[in-house]
Design a protein around this ligand. Structure first.
Ligand code: GLV
Ligand code: MN
Ligand code: MN
Ligand code: MN
Length: 413
């Protein structure tokens, strides 16, 4: 039997898995469009389950569609050490966001299996359902139910922009499992992910030791004016919801700038109705995404948003309805897990630095129910949520190596 430190992942096999699954929903520009709970999501889930079973795992599924692939340990009475992330993507997603977290877990299972290595704890690789939140808001929906942040019924009732309910879509792809979501203790949870930002690349660091995740709040705004004829309604008599919305988008930008350099604010989704070129838009719907590592800054930003949207609405002759639909507070990861990742990076000789995640991850919720941390690797130009998202095979392999050693260190504790 090998010593833990002599085990090595197979970088070529890991890269092949990434390219293999990238064909499922692959786009002409080299990215992936694999929205949660679509037939393509079902296809990659089946691929993942087959690969895990071939690596000697038993697979279970909970009633949020989260998939758990379990490799037994010496003491199966212990909760498993888990490696989790997501296989769903944004509409213009890349090949790495989420995917390397799940597939590096698969690579770890295969490495243990090839070596005949027995861990003390069972090891589990998890595919969390709907991390992206693009089709069904909010993000991290199923890790959120797992961690008790949302109820299953609330999650099932979430609707996409076509009015399809999450619970119906989950049933339609055949992934409502037997296990009740959350009834599944974990000894620890690790997640390898691309940074999705520019810091590691700029500083020539291979490994980001992730110490936490910044806070995030999502809002929905409906602006109501009056539909009217584009030719015969004088400018001074219009109640144009879209013009008001343009002013509101400036407000979002301004609030984020007032809390520079950490705060960010984004309007990523907008719909104008009736969306006809010769009708003054009488209604809009748009979303706001605010993030900052400090929850009190987010509260100040929320206060400003409430006040200033009301001011713009009044001066534009429209009504604005603002709702906070999601508040994910800042997270600080587990000290022992963070130490295990840092030690693994040092031991392997990879340049590394501590970093806070700007993006949301399932680990942010899992951290409230199990000792958790993440490992980041660089991505080209820091670009993510884009089909051109790119990462170097050597960096992904380095991340998987750190993951393996950190998992084995926690197993030996
Ligand atoms: C999810 O990917 C997020 O960080 O918004
Ligand atoms: Mn992700
Ligand atoms: Mn993402
Ligand atoms: Mn994310």
């Amino acid at each position: 039997m090998s010593l833990a430190t002599n085990l090595a992942i197979d970088p070529a096999r890991l890269w092949d898995s990434i390219l293999d699954t990238a064909r499922i929903g692959g786009t002409a520009k080299g990215g992936i469009k694999r929205l949660t709970l679509t037939e393509l999501d079902a296809e990659v889930r089946r691929w993942f389950i087959a690969a895990c079973e071939a690596a000697g795992c038993a697979v279970t599924i909970d009633d949020m569609g989260n998939i758990f692939a379990r490799r037994p340990g010496k003491d199966n009475g212990l909760p498993p050490i888990a490696i989790g992330s997501h296989l769903d993507t944004q509409p213009t997603g890349g090949k790495f966001d989420g995917i390397i977290g799940v597939l590096s877990g698969l690579e770890l299972l295969r490495t243990l299996q090839d070596a005949g290595y027995e861990t003390t704890h069972p090891i589990e690789v998890i595919n969390w359902t709907n991390e992206e939140g693009s089709r069904f808001a909010p993000a991290m929906l199923s890790s959120g139910v797992f961690a008790g942040k949302f109820t299953k019924d609330w999650a099932y009732a979430r609707e996409d922009r076509d009015g399809i309910r999450f619970g119906d879509a989950l049933r339609d792809i055949g992934f409502i499992g037997d296990e009740a979501c959350g009834a599944h203790p974990l000894a620890a949870h690790f997640e390898l992910h691309i940074e999705q930002g520019p810091i590691l690349e700029a500083e020539a660091k291979t490994i980001g030791v992730v110490t936490g995740v910044q806070g995030m709040r999502w809002y929905e705004v409906t602006v109501t004016g009056v539909d009217s004829h584009a030719g015969s309604t004088p400018m001074y008599l219009r109640q144009d919801a879209l013009v008001a919305t343009a002013r509101m988008i400036e407000v979002v930008q301004q609030i984020a700038l007032e809390h520079a350099p950490n705060a960010v604010g984004t309007v990523g989704l907008i719909e104008a109705r009736p969306n006809s070129r010769n009708v003054i838009p009488g209604e809009t719907f748009f979303t706001v995404d605010f993030r900052d590592p400090d929850d009190s800054v987010l509260s100040a930003m929320e206060q400003k948003l409430t006040e200033r949207l009301a001011t713009v609405a009044a001066s534009s002759g429209v009504a604005a309805d603002l709702t906070c639909i999601w508040n994910s507070p800042a997270v600080h990861f587990d000290a022992d897990c963070v130490t295990a990742v840092r030690a693994a990076a040092v031991q392997a000789g990879f340049p590394h630095r501590d970093i806070i995640s700007g993006a949301g991850h399932d680990s942010a919720y899992v951290a409230s129910v199990a000792p958790t941390t993440m490992i980041f690797v660089p991505c080209a130009g820091g670009i993510s949520h884009n089909e051109i998202e790119s990462a170097e095979p050597g960096d992904v392999a380095a991340g998987a190596t750190v993951l393996l050693q950190a998992v084995l260190a926690m197993d030996a504790k």
